[in-house]
Write a protein that binds this ligand. Structure first.
Ligand SMILES: *[C@@H]1O[C@H](CO)[C@@H](O)[C@H](O)[C@H]1NC(C)=O
Ligand SMILES: *[C@@H]1O[C@H](CO)[C@@H](O)[C@H](O)[C@H]1NC(C)=O
Ligand SMILES: *[C@@H]1O[C@H](CO)[C@@H](O)[C@H](O)[C@H]1NC(C)=O
Ligand SMILES: *[C@@H]1O[C@H](CO)[C@@H](O)[C@H](O)[C@H]1NC(C)=O
Ligand SMILES: *[C@@H]1O[C@H](CO)[C@@H](O)[C@H](O)[C@H]1NC(C)=O
Ligand SMILES: *[C@@H]1O[C@H](CO)[C@@H](O)[C@H](O)[C@H]1NC(C)=O
Ligand SMILES: *[C@@H]1O[C@H](CO)[C@@H](O)[C@H](O)[C@H]1NC(C)=O
Length: 551
């Protein structure tokens, strides 16, 4: 190539990059960055640990990934239909701080499984497919490269595929449902070692139009019962006594919201934690209309649902209030942001979950601001360029960005010859609160230092700095439980607003130092023991978080 022509190309490239950058930073707010072109696997399941590392995995039985296992390790499975000797990784540890990753080794298939982090910070993952259906595996984090998955063995009584887990106040996890499973069980098996019926899952199973009740939305309510949403309705469930405490009305419209009509759900931020009468609200957004799956089988892709339902689950007579999103969306991911807003990201505008069944990728994330007036809550954000269809994920990380990965809408690692290639990339979405224009408002926590241990119902002082003028009434402290995210549901995700009892001045200067006084959550029902990211939020701009362990 002629040097002059090369220079011309280089300039063109630079110009193009700048143009793209300009568009990306200004249209609807928010910024996308490609962190890794390939981590070698497709990030179908993601969990952030308190080491700031994300554990992610896809499946072991669909061919070679693009990442070799270290030291000549291979997995031998004579029953694997694609590859009986597989020397590639299907799980990866991604280090958020250094933007690096390393292969991990799983022994059995953990595809479409579920999990939760124990109070001591280990990821306990349950179930999967093929040889992994009854299995439990543990990943105990380390700060070097010495840790890997440990196979516990057949820790489940039932084979669990497409189940949902939730961490409980006593530190165990409950595993709810799964394909052909109308029941639940616990891990570890301590006092309750059996399998318990959950007829609600049978009632919400619609065999004629696919299940529509898999990966049920399970959320821990403030009274210790579980809110369980499947298909188009929910119950409040006492898992100890196996009783339905409350039946919630069917969501207006009656369309299904769970796999394969995959919508998403979050428990909205919990506030006024010392009040003794904490209110809890749930927001469920998107999904595929009734019969979408059967229509897709005939080659018809109808628009996804564009509605969200919001319900106060602690109300004596709860009712759904509906709102309309800027875009219809199936397979969207809902993630709580440190300032209490909800990001709705990823997914498709028509079709449904399942292999090759989604169309019209929705590239724009949408912000939902629960405290704004009805009608002004949604904001459309700058789009990505990478479709994130079936098997994509999104999780909040400690610096306030949202890590986005996955998309594997086929049964194999197909990169060509398909409508939506398998994605091995990782992107980060930076909400507008990370923009430089908010630098003078952004708090910086100076104490406590990570990783602080805190107790329940205790006074806590958090020291922080701000470069600009402080608006004392607009300071709050929040705690966010990192989620186990797969199939558009962030299991165990919750956000606690500790509020602000007083803000005192510590030191005034170019950068001023303040102390905000708060009280930690009252109980392990409100905040199950474990690691949370703690943020100081000033005028809706969050600090970088610190890890705290509540116990
Ligand atoms: C993955 O590996 C295959 C085979 O080596 C290669 O053809 C493909 O380009 C790779 N894809 C990505 C996204 O790295
Ligand atoms: C990793 O490092 C952090 C920060 O130094 C520390 O708090 C944590 O205990 C370490 N974790 C492990 C598993 O060693
Ligand atoms: C559940 O059982 C426990 C222990 O037997 C009992 O204390 C509690 O009141 C029961 N809860 C309900 C809602 O019946
Ligand atoms: C969905 O299909 C079922 C069974 O064919 C039918 O009874 C029902 O009316 C259909 N619903 C809609 C909204 O088309
Ligand atoms: C928002 O307003 C619409 C139209 O008035 C109403 O139908 C809906 O119930 C409201 N939604 C919420 C969440 O309050
Ligand atoms: C996807 O990959 C599998 C396994 O390599 C192959 O059998 C199949 O034909 C591929 N599909 C397409 C559409 O290329
Ligand atoms: C928090 O600050 C207040 C006021 O300065 C002080 O009285 C209290 O002892 C501090 N509490 C803790 C736990 O440090």
């Amino acid at each position: 190539m002629q040097p002059a022509f090369f220079l011309f190309l280089l300039l063109q490239l630079l110009f193009a990059t700048q143009e793209t950058h300009k568009i990306l930073t200004h249209a609807g707010g928010g910024r996308w960055e490609l962190m890794q072109k390939s981590i070698g696997i497709s990030a179908m399941h993601m969990q952030l640990l308190h080491t700031d590392r994300v554990i992610t995995y896809d499946r072991t039985d669909f061919g070679a990934s693009n990442l070799s296992l270290p030291q000549g390790k291979c997995r031998h499975d004579p029953n694997d239909k694609v590859l009986t000797v597989d020397c590639t990784a299907h799980s990866v540890e991604y280090d958020v701080t250094t933007n690096t990753f390393r292969p991990l080794m799983v022994q059995t298939d953990l595809w479409c499984s579920s999990g939760a982090v124990t109070p001591d910070g280990s990821l306990v993952q349950t179930g999967g497919w093929q040889d992994g259906r009854y299995k439990v595996r543990v990943f105990s984090p380390c700060n070097d490269s010495s840790c890997d998955w440990v196979e516990v063995g057949d820790g489940l009584k039932e084979d669990r595929w497409y189940s949902t887990n939730h961490i409980l106040p006593d530190g165990r996890q409950i595993i709810v449902g799964g394909i052909d499973k109308y029941n639940y069980e616990f891990y570890p098996k301590t006092t309750a070692s059996g399998v318990y019926d959950l007829p609600f899952l049978k009632e919400t199973f619609h065999a004629n139009v696919y299940e529509n009740n898999l990966y049920p939305f399970v959320l821990l309510n403030v009274d210790g019962n579980l809110f369980i949403f499947a298909n188009n309705r929910a119950i409040l469930f006492d898992y100890v006594n196996q009783t339905v405490v409350k039946n919630y009305p069917t969501i207006p419209g009656g369309d299904p919201r769970n796999y394969p009509s995959t919508g998403s759900a979050v428990l909205l931020p919990l506030k006024n934690l010392q009040s003794g009468a904490i209110e809890a609200e749930v927001l469920i957004c998107g999904g595929a209309r009734e019969n979408s799956s059967s229509l897709v089988d005939k080659g018809v892709f109808i628009p996804a649902l564009d509605t969200c339902g919001r319900i106060k689950i602690t109300d004596p007579n709860p009712t759904w209030a509906m709102e309309t999103m800027p875009y219809p969306r199936v397979m969207g991911d809902m993630t709580l942001l440190p300032n209490g807003n909800v990001l709705i990201i990823n997914g498709a505008g028509s079709g449904t979950a399942r292999w090759e069944m989604g169309r019209d990728p929705v590239l724009h994330p949408v912000l939902y601001r629960p405290d704004k007036e009805n009608g002004t809550r949604f904001l459309s954000k700058n789009p990505t360029t990478i479709p994130r269809m079936y098997h994509s994920t999104a999780i909040l990380v400690r610096d306030g960005r949202v890590l986005v990965g996955g998309s594997n809408p086929h049964e194999h690692y197909n990169f060509t010859g398909v409508l939506f290639p398998t994605e091995l990339s990782l992107e980060a979405f930076s909400p507008s609160y990370l923009d430089a224009e908010y630098d003078t408002m952004r708090p910086k926590i100076v104490s406590p230092l990570s990783t602080a241990n805190i107790g329940y119902g205790q006074k806590l002082n958090v020291t922080f700095q701000v470069k600009g003028k402080l608006d004392r009434d607009e300071v709050s402290v929040t705690m966010v439980a990192p989620s186990f995210t797969t199939h558009s549901f962030a299991m165990n995700h919750r956000l606690l607003v500790l509020g602000n009892e007083a803000v005192t001045d510590i030191e005034n200067g170019d950068v001023s130092t303040f102390e905000v006084h708060v009280t930690t959550p009252p109980s392990n029902i409100i905040a199950p023991s474990g690691y949370y990211m703690l943020f100081v939020v000033h005028r809706s701009i969050p600090s970088e978080g610190i890890w705290v362990k509540i116990m």
